[in-house]
Design a protein around this ligand. Structure first.
Ligand code: ADP
Ligand code: MG
Length: 618
């Protein structure tokens, strides 16, 4: 099995080219590389600093800014400024809706599984596109600082990211023109930055404590033979340094006898206070009293008060550590190293409480903002084959996956995965009463299966007749050390099962592999755009089916003019579909969804009323 590098600038295949490591954070992002002295180093593009705030702003004439400049617009133009997009990556409406409108969604929007979109002005953006813009900025800064094209990257994600969130991160990289060699867990990268796990002989159990701007997570890792296994993760996706800032703001509001509602309503003042609070928090690293003013508002606080304010929040993170240990079935005393990650671990109280909890000094020697990016750069260097000290396990040169709706490739084993490896995913049917499911296995990097290489196709037969979406079909890929791929499909409700074996490398030369990789890079952007259009189409078509079925079955719940209007919305969705304009499709879906949502609610109310009536009260 081969490992291939491509220089996009020259189009040639080469062994050594710079691969950068990227920490794509919720609050801040940054990029690192291995310098000529063979040390990892963060990139500081002159005058712009190391950290790129993960913020994107859209100007009135369509101009886009990313980073510090965009962050300024959070105050002046909040409607057109997107932040914390990482929280939405790979997420469906279903994931983020907090279940509150779940039922109305489920009936009308059959596609509550589809990924969220963000509307800025009259345009729809996916979190993938927005993250792509951040990555593009990082790539540009790296190229500017290093004066060389940067086309390949390792990108980190939280250990708790699922398949869909990882895939979304890969896609964002592709959109930015980056060949994403590997997605690495943030705690793994942090360990590598401390040199932990680089020696294949050693076995270590590590706790990685990551407190960022808005999120907290702790991971327990078991490192053995150079393999990083995440034993458990725990955390809170709405707990971070931002909470420390708001605790200070609340304190100042109280001390100055301000009306909190009024302060919040005054967007500008609220932001000024928040920024001042963040400054104060950071100043506690080297002073114990902060004394400042905004207009005639006193912004004074001492460190002891600050620590009292944030104590409950820090205590919460310690509880998460306890839970993680419990899930990992590891005792505190078995932890060999504790690693501090994230800007908020600079707060002395955090360090103190974590060290006390684990009963050992914590690692804070590496800058906690940079440690993940530095580790990603080390991982990149390992992949580039520049580290003879590290055993590079055999990797699979091309991704393996199956065909999904609309002729899209769904990758199950990404390229560069170590072999042997095992991965799987669950699928379902798209048509009511579907009893057979075609499973087509492909190899390659393109988003459309027609551009990839077909390895096998078989039918999973005998699925009991159920409504669309009900059957649960597990598809598992097992790639063994000899490069044999075993594909297994099981319908979980009935137990029907089918298995085939193929050898993906059979009949393909190294040159062909290289050509396939090159093509995938040349077409990366178009591929992702096409894929997003196809996904929009699939969503739109299924929406029409759902609404039409609803109208047929429940005509009594819809007024005549409502039905007429619904049909008009269906018509405009249909024309958007035939025009093939992604934004127009999303817009039409949204409108149809919005208009038909009350129908489902009516149906629900009716169902509840009837159920109540049927009950006799004794
Ligand atoms: P993320 O991983 O979520 O992108 P970061 O690791 O960049 O976030 O952490 C950002 C947070 O770190 C912010 O809340 C910021 O205020 C905080 N932070 C940065 N420097 C300090 C400091 N010196 N003391 C306390 N908090 C800090
Ligand atoms: Mg982070």
């Amino acid at each position: 099995m081969a490992k291939v590098s491509i220089n996009l600038a020259t189009g040639s295949i080469q062994k050594e080219e710079l691969i950068v490591g990227i920490d794509l954070g919720t609050t801040n992002s940054l990029v690192a590389f291995i310098n000529p002295d063979k040390n990892p180093q963060v990139i500081n593009d002159t005058g712009k600093g190391v950290l790129v705030p993960s913020v994107v702003h859209f100007g009135p004439a369509g101009e886009i800014s990313v980073g510090n400049e965009a962050k300024e617009y959070l105050i002046t133009d909040p409607q057109n400024t997107v932040f914390s997009v990482k929280r939405l990556l790979g997420r469906s409406y279903h994931d983020i809706e907090n279940y509150k409108d779940f039922f109305s969604y489920k009936v009308i929007d059959d596609d509550s599984e589809s990924l969220v979109k963000i509307k800025v002005g009259d345009k729809f953006y996916t979190p993938i596109e927005l993250s792509g813009l951040i990555l593009k900025e990082l790539k540009a800064r790296a190229e500017h600082a290093l004066k060389t094209p940067v086309n390949r990257a390792v990108i980190t994600v939280p250990a708790y990211f699922n398949d869909s969130q990882r895939q979304a991160t890969r896609d964002a990289g592709k959109l930015a023109g980056l060949d994403v060699l590997r997605i690495v867990n943030e705690p793994t990268a942090a360990s590598l930055a401390y040199g932990i796990g680089l020696n294949p002989e050693e076995t270590r159990t590590v706790a990685v404590y990551d407190l960022g701007g808005g999120t907290f997570d702790v991971s327990i890792l078991q490192i053995q033979n150079g393999i990083f296994e995440v034993l458990a993760t725990n955390g809170d996706t709405f707990l971070g340094g931002d909470d420390f800032d708001s605790a200070i703001v609340d304190y100042w509001i109280e001390k100055n006898q301000l009306d909190k509602a009024e302060v919040i309503a005054d967007n500008k003042l609220a932001q000024q206070l928040r920024l001042k609070a963040e400054e104060a928090k950071k100043a506690f690293a080297h002073q114990s009293l902060v004394n400042d003013k905004i207009g005639d508002i006193w912004c004074t606080i001492d460190r002891t008060t600050f620590e009292q304010l944030i104590l409950p929040k820090v205590q919460q993170t310690i509880t998460c550590c306890q839970n993680a240990l419990k899930d990992a079935k590891v005792d505190k005393t078995q932890i060999d190293e504790v690693i501090m990650v994230g800007g908020s671990t600079r707060t002395a109280l955090v360090k103190k409480m974590v060290a006390e909890f684990f009963g050992r000094p914590v690692h804070d020697e590496v800058n906690p903002d940079e440690v993940v990016a530095l580790g990603a750069a080390i991982q990149a260097d390992v992949l580039a084959g520049n580290r003879s000290d590290i055993l590079l396990l055999d990797v699979t040169p091309l991704s393996l996956g199956i065909e999904t709706m609309g002729g899209l490739m769904d990758v199950i084993i990404p390229r560069n995965s170590k072999v042997p490896t095992k991965a799987g995913r669950q699928y379902t049917t798209s048509i009511d009463g579907q009893v057979n499911m075609k499973i087509a296995v492909y190899q390659g990097e393109r988003d459309l299966i027609k551009e990839n290489r077909k390895l096998a196709e078989f039918d999973l037969k005998g699925i009991p007749s159920m409504p669309a979406g009900f059957p649960k079909v597990d598809i598992n890929f097992l790639l063994n050390a000899d490069g044999i791929l075993k594909i297994q499909a099981i319908e979980l409700r009935s137990g029907v099962k089918q298995e085939v074996e193929v050898k993906p490398t059979y009949g393909i030369t190294d040159n062909q592999v290289e050509q396939m990789l090159l093509d995938s890079i040349t077409h990366a952007k178009d591929d992702v755009s096409q894929r997003m259009l196809i996904e929009a189409r699939v969503e739109g078509e299924s929406m029409i089916r759902t609404v039409e079925t609803f109208l047929q079955k429940n005509a009594g719940f819809v007024e005549k003019d409502e039905a007429t209007k619904t049909n008009e919305y269906i018509q405009s969705l249909q024309s958007a579909l035939s025009a093939g304009d992604k934004d127009a499709i999303h817009k039409a879906i949204d409108e149809l969804n919005e208009f038909t949502r009350p129908f489902a609610e009516r149906l629900m109310d009716h169902a509840i009323n009837t159920a109540m009536k049927g009950k006799s009260i004794e």
